[in-house]
Design a protein around this ligand. Structure first.
Ligand code: IFM
Length: 439
């Protein structure tokens, strides 16, 4: 059993589900530009319609309520609120999230608002995006706008979702929007998001003394691809860049030793002090262990290597090993002196098959969730202050460069009709939540 008051949530993100990209004055984001660039996304998919959550949100809130979820993490699309990135506020964009927050409250579901899940206004990218220092302050100003409007009802705030992944793939290897490449760009994008986090925390605190504020980072267990000294050294660098670079400055006020020299030229005056604001929780997105190998010619000298050949994988090719979740929770807890931790994303992509009666018996996903919940639970007696678990994701959605070809949802979305059908994993989770609440 999990502790009483444990938070049972589901996570989504704006560009992956909302659609309605030209509605109510929304500006363009980097993902609009990227997905409309031929050859970038599998099958030429875009988020133009996605799950049409912008119009169908009442149905989605109903799914959360029926599933027994006590919390819902969504992200706000910055270009809906500030179509020009800064300056004039689009009230209709705020109205949408206002309705959503009220809808959640009416069903007793706590909103967890994430300010940034990768959909930067394109106009800001045109000025350098996260490679530019200026974006950090522009982000904090945006945070204040959202908090002023929703802060009377939203008390749980995350500044970023996976700034590490966004920087690595969006500004490092170019496989995500905005498609920028190169180590200097990646490092700048990490540093400026860290700075944006610090300034946004200050802005949020000024708006609400009762806010619970944190950041969400993809935190995976990193293991060597092979039993070689080179790969063990690669693990140290990969771990520092992947797990440490967007969390050590926030929690410890410094960059990890293994990458400190890389960031040194970017650090100005009181940057590290600004990044190191007290925060109330660490959000940990976990999918599976990463096997790293020495790769001198790669982006930062260490990269993804082969996994053990007998290790099961999801349809993304990601290794499945729940013990890595327990280990990583303990590691994060110990490194940062036992903060409150929420698993803010965990889930699995499998190629679902639809039965003749329309049902989806996603046994592999169900087993993945069951085993990872067990693994998360095992971290608690080891001293981890684990406070909640959010499944990724409520709905099948736009899986970035994979488009709609990859499904992570516990609810199936037919992307022709937009019909939602809860899968067996949804049913199982809702029964699991009910058992947890009954005692
Ligand atoms: O879909 C993504 C999400 O946007 C961020 N974390 C990982 C998920 C699965 O790839």
């Amino acid at each position: 059993m999990f502790p009483e008051n444990f938070v049972w949530g589901a996570s989504t993100s704006s560009y992956q589900i909302e659609g309605a990209v030209d509605v109510d004055g929304r500006g363009k984001s980097i993902w609009d530009t990227y997905s409309h660039t031929p050859g970038r996304i599998k099958n030429g998919d875009t988020g133009d319609i996605a799950c049409d959550h912008y119009h169908r949100w009442p149905e989605d809130v109903e799914l959360l309520a029926r599933g027994g979820f006590t919390a819902y993490r969504f992200s706000v699309a910055w270009p809906r609120i500030l179509p020009d990135g800064a300056g004039a506020v689009e009230q209709r964009g705020l109205d949408f999230y206002d309705r959503l927050v009220d809808g959640l409250a009416s069903r007793g579901i706590t909103p967890w608002l994430c300010l940034y899940h990768w959909d930067l206004p394109q106009v800001l990218q045109d000025k350098g995006g996260w490679v530019s220092r200026v974006t950090a302050q522009t982000f904090a100003d945006y945070a204040a706008v959202v908090a002023k409007r929703l802060g009377d009802r939203v008390k749980h705030w995350a500044t970023f979702n996976e700034p590490n992944v966004h920087a690595m793939f969006g500004y490092g290897d170019g496989s995500h929007a905005p498609g920028v490449k190169g180590l200097p760009n990646m490092l700048a994008a990490m540093h400026h998001q860290n700075l944006g986090h610090g300034r946004a925390v200050q802005a949020l605190r000024a708006e609400g003394t009762d806010f619970r504020v944190g950041s969400i980072v993809a935190l995976q267990r990193i293991r060597p691809s092979a039993d070689r000294d080179e790969d063990r050294r690669a693990v140290e660098r990969f771990d520092a860049m992947w797990n440490g670079a967007c969390l050590d400055p926030l929690k410890l006020g410094r960059y990890p030793d293994a990458v400190a020299a890389d960031f040194a030229p970017l650090i100005m005056a009181d940057d590290l002090v600004t990044m190191h604001q007290p925060i109330d929780f660490v959000g940990m997105n976990f999918y599976g262990p990463i096997y790293a190998q020495d790769a001198p010619a790669s982006l930062f000298g260490a990269w993804f290597g082969p996994r053990p050949s007998d290790m099961p994988v999801t349809a993304m090719g990601w290794p499945v090993d729940p013990t890595a979740l327990t280990e990583q929770l303990i590691r994060v807890s110990e490194r940062y002196d036992r903060p409150d931790i929420y698993v803010t994303e965990n889930g699995a992509c499998y190629d679902d098959t639809v039965g003749t009666d329309g049902t989806v018996h996603d046994q592999a996903r169900l087993a993945y969730l069951r085993d990872h919940l067990n693994a998360a639970q095992r971290a608690i007696p080891a001293g981890v202050n684990l406070r909640g678990y959010f499944v990724w994701s409520l709905l099948d959605n736009f899986e970035w460069s994979e488009g709609f070809s990859r499904r992570f949802g516990i609810v199936r979305v037919d992307f022709n009709t937009l019909r939602r059908t809860p899968k067996a994993s949804y049913q199982w989770l809702s029964e699991f939540f009910a058992r947890q609440k009954r005692r």
